[in-house]
Each structure stands twice: as structure tokens, then as C-alpha cells.
Design a protein. Sequence first.
Lengths: 442, 215
Amino acid sequence: MEELVEKKVVDAGLDETIKKLTPQRIKEVVNRVLTRENAARLQVYLDTCVHCGLCAEACHTYLSRDNDPRFSPVGKVKETLWELVKRKGNVEPEFIRNMARIAFTECGVCRRCSMYCPFGIDIAYLLLVVRRICSLLGVVPQYLQDTTNSHAATSNQMWVNQDEWIDTLQWQEEEAQFELPSARIPLEKEGADVMYSVIAPEPKILAQLLANMAIIFKVAGEDWTMPATDGWDNSNMAMYSGDFEIMGRVEKLHWETAARLKVKKIVMGECGHAFRGAVYDGPRWLGWQFPPIPMVHAIEYYYDILSTGKIKIKEKYKEPITVQDPCNTVRGRGLGDKLRYIMNTICEDFRDMEPRFEHNYCCMAGGGTINCGPPWKRSRMVSNKVKAEQLKETGAHVVCTPCHNCHSGIEDIIGHYNLGLHVKFISELLIETMEIPEELKV
Amino acid sequence: MYEFARGPLVWIAFIVFFLGLFYRLVMMIIQSRKDKVVLPYIKMKEGINSIAHWVIPFGSRNMRLRPAFTIISFLFHICLLITPVFVLGHIVLFQQSWGISWWHIPEQITNIMTMIVVVGGLFFFLRRIGDPTVRFVTSWSDFVLLIIVLAPFITGLMAYYQAFDYRTVITIHMISGALWLMVIPFTRIVHMLFFPFTRAYMGSEFGYVRNAKDW
């Protein structure tokens, strides 16, 4: 029975903010979001759901918590939207706090459940509507809100200043040149074929990934550039905190930067949510049906350079390795086959996961959940039980994660469940295995 | 009462049913235009592809994960939709009233089909009580809807087997049938109308926009 009693997580972003809520304010915001910001989808989804519970087994939080009904996708909607609609927004501040806990920390908006609902109800969208309400009420986990604030103030997720950004790129250019003297990170090169954009954690905490890319681009013979101005960050946590105004600003700047540099396309690093924000949610908020310039995810780019022979593999990676299908690039772009082509080309002993492709379990780190920060980590780990089992069953020693959120999330899982695995990006595997032509080494 | 149920009530029921569905359809289209991100992404091919995978038994992973539920659910829905249209008793009434008739399914078979609906409904009823996940999201209205759906089938069977007073039973059968038709557009049973649209939209978002499968 002990497990049933959950300790209440202390988070100033929820506990302190609900003290300022008034019944009128709650009602006003709820009605604005439900009746003015949303229309057909919300109405039809709420009327069509027959409360059958068939979505339950789609959710890793439900499966990980021994089929606890409160964690089924429909259970989460019941405890949030159904109540809001039924009570016409007349709910108490504590209800909003619970709503925020469910929508931000117990759902990764990975959309696996919409593949299990017979009607194709976009349950993740419904949870995003809940997040939107929370955001307008100012009730957002503090760490997540901080990333949104950073987006608002600096146009990147991690408070990176422009001088730090340029300095990091120059530092990593030197690091790359240590391996490959001809490697460069060309800044502000107008008319280049490719603008490469990354998420802010790369310059902030994973800077070596930038040097890796300088080497990969050099070997592939790519004409590429990176902006020296704001707009280099393609991440977008505002999309997940429910602050769609900031989300729109971030995406607009990112696309305008590419347009200013007159590039033919944007290639982006190994991140899933950034792809979603730049290609789907951002353009739609800005009123564009599709992005104005082609956006190529790293998986697609690596597939292209490997399949066309621009990069050759010298010696395949030996360790048993598995791969994580990220929601936003496999379920969100159908890159599963290309990802497997890459794995089989680079690695000798590739072991697939089960379930896989669109049906892969969520990492429970994306969708803003890992950005809710340390207070929620324990809860996240409990929700990750099936993911840990799934990883263990592959028998692999290494897991490749072509997504930053999956990467950090799975590192947490490995630590918590003592799985003894290592996590790698595709770019790290490429650097270890690819052939560097002699003429480039001078 | 019997005369009322046989005459005006049938008219009222059909008018409410068709006008109600039409109203819901029109409102859905108007709201879809307001919800600007729906219509531009709907594509016929991907939409139909998704619908096909979800109307063919075991066409989706979720159906394969729970074979018993899939079989019961499909039998229930097929019999529920087909039986009222092709049962001899209904066709005879149409012939007497309007002089039109169409092919009918032999009565022994419609009998079995009706029983399948009742048994299927009973299964859903028990599932709502017995499965904690479903019970958690069940409210009293779910039981009421299930009773409204099952009532015409139960009374239809009773009428066929002449249980109790035939005239009373057949009157209740007609009233419950009319009630069933009238509540469809205004309750969750409207999923009958919305299914192809929600499915086609999600199928397009997955298939056309995202190059992925949603089954």
C-alpha cells in the first residue's frame, strides 16, 4: 500500500503561482481557451470519445505504473478537460495544480495514444490544450518556465549570449581542426547550401557535438554555414510550456535567419522536438501550411550522405547496439527505415527494439517532461519502467538516440535501473567509424 | 399508444435523426474552418488508407493486441448496424406504410444477430464494471447510453418470441427504437457520424504530413 501514497512534489512554479489565482481569472482563461482558441478538434474529440479505454495500453506511464487507471490517456483527459468542461471552468486553484502535474509531468505528448484510439483522437493535443490553460494562468513547472523565459529573453533555450555562442563555435572549430586540420565552422556565409542549426544545450553542455559536425560536413564536402546572430537555436520549449506566442517568435526568428543567409535548406542536429517545432507547430502558428525552406533532420541528412557514398565507413562499430525511435522524427516524419539503414551501415551488431518504429515506447523525457527538472525526476523514472525493460531485452551494450531528449532521458533510465548501457548520438558513431580521406588531413 | 408509436413517433424519430446528423455535420464543417489547421491537411488517399486499416478486423496493432475485444466489438457493431435495416418485421412495416420493400435477411439469422448485439452490449456493460481502467472513465451516462442502445434489441427479441403481452412489448420496442434514433446525434453515439472524419484527419496528419502510419 505504501506505493499508492505518492509524495507531493514541491515545485514553486505550481505551488506559489496557484496562490495568486482567483476564480474569475480561472474561468476567464478556461473559457477563452476552450471556446475562442479551439474549435472543431476539441469539440469533436470530446463528443466522439466513448470512454472505452482502448488507448490505455498505448501509454508508457500507464504500463509502467502497473496499469493505474489514472495514467491512461483517457484517464488524464477525464481528470483535466472533462472536469473543466463539465464545471464550465469553475474549479479551485488546487485543481489547476493537479492539471499542471498531469499535463506537464505525466504526459510526454508523444502521440502514441492517437495510434491506439479507434477514432484517431489526438489525445496529446487535448493535453496540450490543458498545458495552454496552465500557461496562461502562469502555473507551469518552474524549470520548464525558465526555459521559456530564456527563449523570450535571448531567443535560445539556455541563456546563451551572442558572444558566448560565437566563442563556443570558434573553440569547437579549433577542436575539430585538431582532428582534421581543414575542418571549419563557417559563420554567416551568405548563399551557402546548408544552414546548420542546433539546440541550445549543444553549445552550453555538449559542445563537442559541434566539432563532430564540422568534421562530418568537411568529409561530406558540404557547403554549410551557421548564423552568428540569434536564430541559431532551433529548440522550442515554449511550444511545450503552452506559451504559443513565444513559440511563434522563436520559430519566426529561426526561419528568418535562414532566409537572411539565403540558404537552400536547413539541416538540423539530432533533436526531435526541435524538428516538430520548426516544421509543424511553428509554421502553423505563423499561418504557413508548410515551412518556407526545406528542413532536413540529421537522420535524413546522415542517410543521404551514407547512401550516396559522400561518407564511407572504414570499420563498422563492433559493440551490440540498439536504437531509440524518437517520437517526433519516426512517428512525426516516418524516418524509421532511414534510421535502420544508418544503423546497419555503421554497426556490425544492430539489435532492434520491440515494439519499434511508430510503436516504440516514449522516452518520457521529451515533450518538456525532462525540462520540468529535478523535482520531477523520480516520478519520471517510475513512468519509465517499460522503457527500461524494453532496453534491457535488446541485450545491447549501447543505445543510439538520434534525439537530445531521448538521449538525456535514457541516460537517466540507465542510471536509475542500473542497466549498464552507454548512450550515443549517430554523429558520435560516425566520427568513430567513418573514413577520413588522406588529402583532407593536411 | 401503439398507434402513436407506429405513426407520428416514427416520423418524429427519423426527422430528428436525420436533421440532427445534418446539424452536427454542418457545425463540424463550420468549426473545422475556424480551427484553421484541420482542412488544409486532410487528404483523401491517406484518410481512406487509415479508415481502411481501422474498419478491417485486426488491421491495427491495438486490435491485434486484444483479439477477443476486437472480435466482439466488430460483431457487435456490424450486427447493430445491419440488423435494423434488413430485419423482416421492419421491411413489412415499410411495405404496409409506403409500399416499398427490399431484400431481407432470414429471420433465424437476424435473431442470432440481435442476440449478438445483446451479448456484445452485455460484455461492454460488464467491462465497464469489471475493468478498473474503463471503470475509472465511466460515468452513469455511459450506462444509460448502453441501455438506450440495447433496449430496442432486447424488446425486439421479446416481441419475436411473444414474451409477455405482445402489444405492450412491441410498443416499448417502437418507443425505444425511436429514442435510440433521436439520441444518436446529440450523445456520444454520434461517433457513428464522426468516425470517418476523425480517422481521416488523423490518417492525413500521419500519412500525408508526417509520412508515418497511424495503425
